[in-house]
Structures are given as C-alpha cells and as structure tokens.
Design a protein around this ligand. Structure first.
Ligand code: NAD
Ligand code: ZN
Length: 345
C-alpha cells in the first residue's frame, strides 16, 4: 500500500495537519488520479469551523479537483493512464430510486468526497470510474479543478431556477461560485444581470463577465437600488454568500411572483414572515444541492467550445503544504480571492 501526503482535518478550529496516509488499493472499477489542482471552496470553511461536520475524522478535505490518471482497475474503460481528468465529488450509488430518476444529488446511499471519504487535498486520490470525466483540452489543471464544484453548482442553480431569455437576475455574492452564475445567466439569455459584492475587485470581474449592473452594499442599501433599477424587483435572485442577512436581502430584491435560489450555505436561523416575505409576494424559494451528474457533460461542452470563460476563475495557486495559508486567505478574504487552488503534485 502506497502513502501520499494529504491535508487532514482532525478537529474544528485547528489547522489542518499535513500527514502521510495510506492510499486505498485500486479496485476493479477505480481510477487512481495524481492530483494536479484542488480548489478551496467556502464549503470547506464550514467543515473547518465545525458547523458542517464530516462523518469521520481525521479526513482529507478537498472536493474540487483535476489531475492525471496514474493507474486504473481492470474494468475501467472510460479513461486511460495519462489522461487529464476531473472527478465528481458526489459519490452517488447509481442504482437507488433517486439516482435512477436522474436525481443523483439526492442519492439514498449518498457519499461525498471529503465528508464521507478522503478528499483531494492530497498527492493522489482513488475515485470510482463513474465519477471521473475527461478534462476539456482547452483548460489547464487549476481552471479544470473549479469545474467540479464552483462551475457545476452555479450551472445547476441556474437550471433549477429555470432562468430564461429576457429575465432579470440578481447574483448576491460574487465569489468562487457566484461569479460563474453571472456567465451562466448571460449564456441562458438573461438581459439584466445585477451582481452584488462587498469587494470592488469582484464587481469588476462580474462586469467583465457580463453583469449589466454591479453594486457594492457597503456604499448603499442594494435592495433599494435593485428595486429601483428593475421596477419592483428581479425575476430571480441567487444568494451565494451564505449569511442569514444576505438571504433576507436577496428575498427582498425579488419581484412579486419571482424566484429566490438560496445557494449559499448558512447554519444561522432565519426569521421570516411567511405571509409578508413569501406568501403575499408569492415568491418561490429553492435551495439547490450541488449538481446532477447528467449536467456535467453539458458544462464540459460549453467549456470545450470556448463559450464559458474560465480564464479568471482562479485567483491564487499554492502548493499543498501552504493549505492553512490558503484557508486563512479565504476566511479573511485576503487579496480578494476568487478561487484559491492547491497544487499537490
Ligand atoms: P466565496 O467565499 O468564494 O464567496 C463569497 C462571496 O461573498 C465573496 O466574494 C465575498 O466578498 C462575498 N460577501 C461576503 N459577505 C458579503 C455581504 N455581506 N454582502 C455581499 N457579498 C458578500 O464562497 P463560494 O465558494 O463562492 O461559496 C459561496 C457559498 O455557497 C458558501 O456558503 C458555500 O458553502 C456555498 N456553496 C453551496 C453549494 C450548494 O450546493 N448549494 C455548493 C458550493 C458552495
Ligand atoms: Zn464546493
């Protein structure tokens, strides 16, 4: 059994430990991936602060990755050694009723990389073949890594909200996930795309990627501005920060009969008036969970054809050994991180 260097979570609010761990043996249906890049997602911060505990500790974190196939089991036909690949962190079973209905994000036997099994902040990882996909030829490893969570979550959120041509869209929070919603909204024909973030660098990026208006809430209440600009509110509001306060702001920006999609993860309790905030305006509330496996080839096609720009999706790259520094930068929003990517090998 070989060993790999990995960034391990032992307990909340403590630095990750860099340790050598045993790599599981490669079963007939497994692929061994040499991890070239692995993103730091805000969801990892929820694990690290103790609000979203994994099912086992210690555990290797990291659920967004790209790499090169370094070995494979006997039955593996979809990839060859040397292929550039990404991997889906949703380790669904493929056989339960939810999976068979195409809702593998709701798999009855759901297992998730870095929650139930060791993740990608490691030199190598073993992944069942059905969760491995080829990386588009036109993306590098760092950009390829963010496809797995950041880009897929944004895509699924947009599809779930059924954004259509001519609609007005608000993206509240323009970080690693939210920034991609700007592009998806444009691709799917939204005419007015409003981006909100407290960091001006994120607003500039959103402008470049297709936002029609960008607002910084530290200067003026965005609810008032959004309602003015849209004559009563947006058709669809996406909350991609993960705070109770910004969920309320997002809801207040949605027009009567519109949709609110709560993408951000918050464990805070939210005080809402069902009648005033939801019933009278008849707002439809959604909360997208990750993505669907069948959406991955669609997203890869957009990227391969050059219709989805990943050139500015990664703001920082660092070696695996600097993982705690990367976590500190994202937590404290140092140097306006869009996505920080670790490069383990
Ligand atoms: P991120 O830290 O990269 O981005 C958050 C953004 O919010 C940053 O740009 C930050 O400047 C901005 N922000 C912070 N406070 C703000 C405020 N008060 N007003 C406006 N903007 C503010 O995080 P991320 O990786 O993009 O993840 C965003 C959220 O989505 C997290 O809660 C994460 O856990 C969640 N998430 C959910 C899913 C899902 O399946 N639903 C998947 C991935 C991530
Ligand atoms: Zn993520």
């Amino acid at each position: 059994m070989s060993q790999v260097l990995a960034a391990r979570f032992h307990e909340p609010l403590k630095p990750l430990k860099l340790e050598y761990v045993d790599l599981p043996s490669i079963a007939d249906n497994d692929v061994l991936i040499e991890v070239k890049a692995a993103g730091i997602c805000h969801s990892d911060l929820h694990i690290l602060d103790g609000t979203f505990p994994p099912s086992k500790t210690p555990i290797t974190l990291g659920h967004e990755l790209s790499g090169v196939v370094a070995g494979k089991g006997e039955n593996v036909r979809n990839v060859e050694v040397g292929d550039r690949v990404g991997a889906d962190y949703l380790l669904s079973c493929g056989t339960c009723d939810s999976c068979l209905a195409g809702k593998d994000n709701l798999c009855d036997n759901f297992r998730c990389m870095a929650i139930n099994s060791d993740g990608a902040w490691a030199e190598r990882i073993v992944v069942p073949m059905r969760h491995v996909y080829p990386l588009p030829h036109n993306v590098g490893f760092p950009e390829g890594a963010v496809i797995g969570c950041a880009v897929m979550t944004a895509y699924h959120s947009l599809k779930q909200a059924e954004v259509s041509a001519g609609e007005t869209v608000l993206v509240y929070g323009l970080g690693g996930v939210g920034i991609h919603l700007i592009q998806w909204a444009k691709i799917f024909g939204a005419t007015d795309i409003i981006g909100v973030d407290i960091e001006d660098g994120k607003l500039e990026l959103a402008d470049a990627l297709g936002a029609t208006v960008t607002l910084n809430p530290t200067h003026r209440d965005p609810v008032e501005q959004v309602r003015e600009l849209t004559n009563g509110g947006v058709d669809v509001g996406f909350e991609v920060v993960g705070h109770a306060a910004t969920v309320k702001k997002t809801l207040a920006c949605v027009r009567k009969g519109g949709r609110a999609s709560l993408v951000g993860m918050t464990f805070e309790n939210l005080t809402l008036s069902v009648v005033n905030d939801i019933m009278i305006p008849e707002v439809k509330i959604m909360s997208p969970q990750d993505h669907l496996k069948r959406e991955i080839p669609h997203v890869l096609k957009f990227i391969e054809k050059g219709d989805f720009d990943l050139s500015r999706a990664v703001s920082h790259k660092m070696p695996l050994k600097e993982v705690n520094e990367g976590v500190r930068m994202l937590t404290n929003r140092i140097n306006q991180p869009v996505r920080i990517v670790l490069e383990p090998s």
